[in-house]
Design a protein around this ligand. Structure first.
Ligand SMILES: Nc1nc2c(ncn2[C@@H]2O[C@H](COP(=O)(O)OP(=O)(O)OP(=O)(O)O)[C@@H](O)[C@H]2O)c(=O)[nH]1
Ligand SMILES: [Mg+2]
Length: 277
């Protein structure tokens, strides 16, 4: 068995930052985690990837092709399809090491996760290669601090869940950037009672809300009935916060339960930590 986090979410939500944060955090506890860059347009990330899709195809290749004439969005989809057509390449690059733990840093084009088939196909491949996968959906906490935004973020998270059909965690990123009052507001949403949030929205004087109150209500019911949509806050400046997220995801993919947790081979074993794992 191998373990994977599929790190997805809208553009700029903090996926690459999350990957390097987890990587560093794991390293500090002498645990081996690798990151695979699946973003063919990536220009900057501060981790050393195990595999980099840009070695197979770069977004510019798709956009500069005289025949294809793709723009950035179509080009990205084309790159992901090219990856699928070259599964052998990916398989070889990933190797086949039992108990590997890999983060897949995905592109920020939301339709890849909500309705296009290409990521779903990639997931099927990874499962064939014995990966146990958790989808980690990142959403910028600044876009979640009022009722309407929260609902729309929740709907995005739900469509990803329904499309990918995998264990799933939603993470609110950039918590360090929230003001105290915004943080307080957000706390109401962390373990959401949709009806409280809807009541919030009714207080907003808006004709749209008046007209579509029933729709909003129905969406609230869906969220509640699924009772799947939960958000975990992440503050990358707080080690405990990072640790909590990692433990949550490890539990979901049952990492460490039936595997020997891989630790780095250091010359001098630290007697204090020995036997902890
Ligand atoms: N303060 C703060 N900034 C963050 C955090 N996470 C990401 N950022 C910043 O937000 C911007 C986007 O972060 P990325 O990690 O590149 O986001 P991404 O989701 O990988 O973006 P794309 O790959 O373009 O979709 C960068 O300027 C980051 O430095 C965070 O937790 N706190
Ligand atoms: Mg990125």
């Amino acid at each position: 068995m191998r373990y994977a986090q599929l790190v997805v979410g809208p553009a700029g939500s903090g996926k690459s930052t999350y990957c390097s944060t987890i990587l560093k955090h794991a390293m500090d506890s002498k645990r081996i985690v690798e990151v695979v860059n699946l973003d063919p347009a990536a220009e900057h990330f501060d981790y050393q990837p195990l595999v980099d899709i840009r070695e197979l195809i770069h977004l510019d290749d798709a956009m500069e092709d005289e025949e294809l004439q793709f723009g950035p969005n179509g080009g990205l989809v084309f790159c992901m399809e090219t990856l699928l057509e070259n599964c052998d390449w990916l398989e070889e690059q990933l190797g086949d090491v039992d108990d590997d733990y890999i983060l897949f840093d995905c592109p920020g084009q939301i339709e890849l996760y909500t309705h296009l088939p290409v990521i779903k196909k990639l997931v099927d491949q990874l499962e064939k290669w014995n990966f146990r996968i958790c989808v980690v959906f990142m959403i910028d906490s600044q876009f979640m601090v009022d009722g309407a935004k929260f609902l729309s973020g929740t709907m995005a998270a739900l469509s990803v869940m329904v499309n990918l059909e995998l264990p799933h965690v939603n993470i609110l990123t950039k918590m360090d950037l929230l003001s105290k009052s915004a943080r307080k507001q957000l706390d109401n949403y962390l373990d959401p009672d949709p009806h409280v949030i809807l009541a919030d929205m009714r207080n907003v004087n808006s004709r749209w809300h008046e007209k579509y109150a029933k729709l909003t209500e129905a969406i609230g019911d869906v969220i509640e009935n699924f009772s799947l949509v939960r958000f975990y806050p992440l503050n990358i400046k707080d080690e405990e916060s990072i640790d909590n997220i990692l433990i949550t995801i490890d539990n979901i993919i049952q990492f460490g339960e039936d595997a020997d947790v891989k630790v780095r081979d250091f010359d001098e074993p630290d007697p204090e930590n020995e036997g902890d794992e």
